[in-house]
Structure formats: C-alpha cells, structure tokens
Design a binder for this molecule. Structure first.
Ligand code: P53
Length: 481
C-alpha cells in the first residue's frame, strides 16, 4: 500500500492531441459547412475577430485563412496515424468538426460524408489499438448558427449541440470510449468568437453576454454528459479547462486573494461541470456586477445530475498576479491569459512561461478540489524548428521541456493524483490557434509547410519522435527512480 511506484501505470494513455480546424484542412470537402475558425485570418484582423470585436461571416479574397488547408490530415490521416502508432501511442485526441456533421448546425439530418470520415479515422486508429479521445467542440461553431442565432448568446444553441452530441454518441458508440464536451471552456471569457461564436456589438454589456453564453454551454455540456451516459454507459466523458495555477507575486494577503480570485474565474466553469452547481463566489460576483443569468427551472437539476467523469485540462504555463500597479506593468507576452512575469521562470520564444513544477502544483490543486481522475490533454512547447540537410530536426529544447514536465507529472502521481493519460499538444506540427502560424511548432513530426501556406506538406521525424517513443516503451520508468 505504501510501496514506491516504479513507472507510470500500465494502462496510462500516452498520446498526442489535436483539433479539427488546426490539422484537417479540406475545409469545404465532403459537404462540410463553414465554421467560425475558417474565418479567422492571419494578420492584423486576427485578434479583433477572435475576440469578437470585428465580425467575419465570409472569407475575403485578400486574407489568408490557415484552417482551409492546414496540414491536410483529411487526406493524409493514414500516413499520420501510422507514425503515431510507430511512436507507440495508446490514444489520440482529436476533435470533430461540428460543420462536417451538421454543415449549418440546425440541419434536420446529419451529413453522411462527414460521419463516414470520422468512422474511417477511428477505424484506422483502432487498427493500431490507439484509443480515440474525442473533443465534441474545439473552438468551432457552424457560421450559420452565428449569423442566424448569435452563437452561444442564444439558448437555442443548447438544442443544436445536444442533437449533434447525440448523433456522435449513437454513431460511434462502439468505437469511442473517451469524450470531452467543450475545449478550454473558460476561454470563452478571453476569446469570445473562438470560444463561443460571439460577436460583440458596440455598447453591449460584455460580461452579461459572456456569462449568459457560459450558462448555455454549461447546460449543453451537462446534457451531453447525460446522453453519453445513457447511450454509451461504459464511456467516460470529461470537461476541459485551460489550466495553470495563478501564483501571488508576494505573500501580501491582498496578492494571495487576487490570485485566488483569478483562479476562480476559470474554476467557476469546472465547479459547475464537476460539482453540479454555481459556486457561492460566482453568485456574489454576479450580484455585485449586475449580471442576471436567465435560467430555465430545469437547469439546476440538469447541472446537478450530470457531472463529468474526469477533469481534462491543458497546461502550458502557470500565471502570476499582483495588486501593485508597478509590478502589474511587467506582463508576459503572447498568451491571452494576462500574467505578470514571474522572476523565477523563463519563457518560450513566444513569451509563454515555462514552469514544469507548476504542472505538479496544478495537478495537486485540481485533484484536491474535484477528487476525480485527471487527464492532461494538452501540454508542450511551441518553438521554431530548423529542418537539417540530413532530414531531421534536432529539437533538444522540446525534449528538455517535455522531460521536465514528465518528471513533475510522475511526482504528482506519487503524490496520489490519479491521472488517466497525457496527450502532448500537436504531436504533428499544425496551425497555431493563437497566432495562426505554422512556425510555432509543437510536433514530434515536422510538416513541411510555411506560414504563408507554401511547402510540400511532407512529414519528417524529429529527434523528439524517437525520444517520446522510448519514454512510452519504458512506461516512463526513468521518472520513478
Ligand atoms: P497556440 C491560449 C492560451 C492557452 C491555451 O496554443 C490556448 C490558447 C489559444 O491560443 O489554446 C490551446 O496554438 C488550444 C489549442 C492551441 C494550444 O492551446 O496558440 O486548446 O487549440 O493550439 C496552443 O500555441
């Protein structure tokens, strides 16, 4: 009972994580409709659109939209999955593009070609005993639902989402055992168009709109949990949080309290999804900010009776805050989560704080708070890679990042935290959600494609490919010495 572990658990799900719009391409093939992410260009309009401050309902000729071709997984999935299998993946996280299944979102019948595409992908994964881990909604809403209904502002979205989710459960019930409802649900507060298909109008009460949309997503998520449990009783369905503990800059209680409040801005979503009710601190926040959430009488029961089975989360960085205006000026770059620079930590090329121990802290914090299994479904280093003449990439910096995070994950497991698996972000290079670049690479597999869309799309194994393969083969035993 108190014996020391010697490796990661035998059934630990090692793998990689992706999202439809960042790798599939073929954005209008097989009857697919346009989604929000298909209309987010690279360049100066990207952030205004992602944040819902500028609308975008039609592709424009002079803009470049990286999701339209991405890395062409739609046509190359067999080759890519064979490479994942070669690394020894036990699972692969992917999202389903809502508009492949329901091109408009409110269609009466699903699109068979879209359903068949994912059947084929799942069959290919299962051929190698790779467990599919499916995100139902990863930053995409069919554009028609945004135009006609206003995206997640509108309660009607709950019905459309429930129909979509049920269609998936019925179709894939024999193939998919791990599900997640909304990717990084807390991102809705930071990138409303990406997170919830929300375009904000001049003079609108932003907080009111975002929290009402959050309520709709939370009810929709609970209804998906309910349907999943009914249709596939053996499946597990989780939530997905963009995690990363907020540290106080000093031991000043005011800093400590502010850090706690910032953590709660994100935990609010997971408290509802995992514990089934709005926490007291959120009720107080709404009251004091004049936010009135319209709820139906049945909502409270739906939320309470359909809580998630596990806590999925992404972890890239910890955050840091302060009440001192001078210190607050020194912010990190490149991440939509504002954070004061932590003087003890380095950052990536894109300004994201690197904090391996923060992963152990975050795991312990989530374990203590929810008492449910965790699933680390995103982590990794976005970096510039150089393809060498001998056709490889010497990405020792990536290996170093992952190695240090795996060591802390092993510590968390020894602390008693139950972790179902680990899927690093972008096991094959793909389009960055934040910047739209190809240059910000996370992969074990290099893809010959440049920011402007040029390149052969050829796949090349990096040094980290062989390294990750070894870690998986050894069940990470080196981290338990
Ligand atoms: P990129 C911001 C902060 C934390 C996670 O991000 C984020 C974002 C959005 O940029 O998103 C997740 O590609 C997301 C993925 C995304 C990944 O982090 O900007 O779930 O879709 O690609 C990494 O480097």
């Amino acid at each position: 009972m108190f014996e020391k572990l010697t490796s990661f658990p035998e059934n630990f799900l090692w793998g990689g994580a992706t999202a439809a719009n960042q790798l599939e391409g073929a954005y209008l093939e097989g009857g697919k409709g346009l989604t929000t992410v298909d209309l987010i260009p690279v360049g100066p309009n990207r952030f205004p659109i992602a944040m819902g401050n500028l609308d975008s309902f039609q592709p424009k000729e002079d803009e470049f939209y990286p999701s339209h071709e991405a890395i062409d997984f739609y046509h190359r999935y067999k080759e890519d999955i064979a490479l994942f299998a070669e690394m020894g993946f036990k699972c692969f996280r992917l999202s389903i593009a809502w508009a492949r299944i329901f091109p408009n979102g409110d269609d009466v019948e699903p699109n068979e070609a879209g359903l068949q595409f994912y059947d084929d992908v799942f069959d290919e994964l299962l051929k190698y005993n790779i467990e599919p881990v499916v995100t139902i909604c990863h930053f995409d809403v069919p554009v028609h639902l945004v135009k006609i209904y206003g995206g997640w502002k509108n309660r009607k979205m709950i019905e459309f989402f429930e129909t979509y989710a049920k269609t998936l459960f019925n179709r894939y019930k024999d193939k998919v055992k791990y599900w997640m409802t909304f990717n990084e649900i807390n991102m809705l507060l930071h990138l409303p168009y990406i997170g919830a298909g929300i375009v904000l109008q001049e003079g609108e009460d932003k907080q009111q709109i975002l929290y009402q949309a959050a309520h709709h997503e939370l009810v929709a998520s609970a209804l998906a949990v309910k349907a999943c449990h009914e249709i596939i009783p053996s499946a597990k369905i989780g939530c997905m949080l963009a995690a990363g503990t907020v540290y106080p800059y000093t031991s000043n209680p005011d800093d400590v309290w502010k850090a706690m409040e910032q953590d709660r801005e994100s935990f609010f979503f997971i408290d509802v999804q995992s514990k089934g009710a709005y926490p007291g601190y959120t009720k107080r926040f709404f009251r004091e900010h004049g936010i009135h959430i319209e709820m139906q009488p049945e909502d409270a029961d739906i939320l309470m009776q359909n809580t998630v089975d596990y806590i999925g989360f992404s972890y890239y960085a910890s955050r840091c805050t302060s009440t001192d205006p001078e210190i607050l000026k020194d912010q990190t770059e490149g991440n939509v989560f504002g954070s004061v620079k932590n003087p003890y930590l380095d950052a990536s090329e894109w300004g994201w704080t690197i904090d391996p121990k923060g992963l152990r802290i975050t795991c312990n914090q989530l374990h203590d708070r929810y008492g449910k299994p965790l699933f680390i479904v995103e982590n990794g280093l976005g970096a510039t890679d150089v393809l060498l003449d001998n056709d490889t990439v010497e990405d020792d910096y990536r290996i170093d990042y992952l190695d240090r995070h795996f060591a802390e994950m092993a510590e968390a497991i020894q602390d008693g935290v139950e972790i179902l698996g680990y899927t690093s972000w972008g096991p094959i290079d793909l389009v960055s959600a934040g910047t739209g670049e190809m240059k910000k690479r996370y992969g074990y597999i290099y893809v010959d494609r440049n920011n402007d869309g040029t390149g052969t799309l050829r796949r090349v194994k990096k040094k980290s490919f062989h390294w990750y393969k070894e870690v998986i083969a050894n069940q990470g035993a080196q981290y338990f010495k």
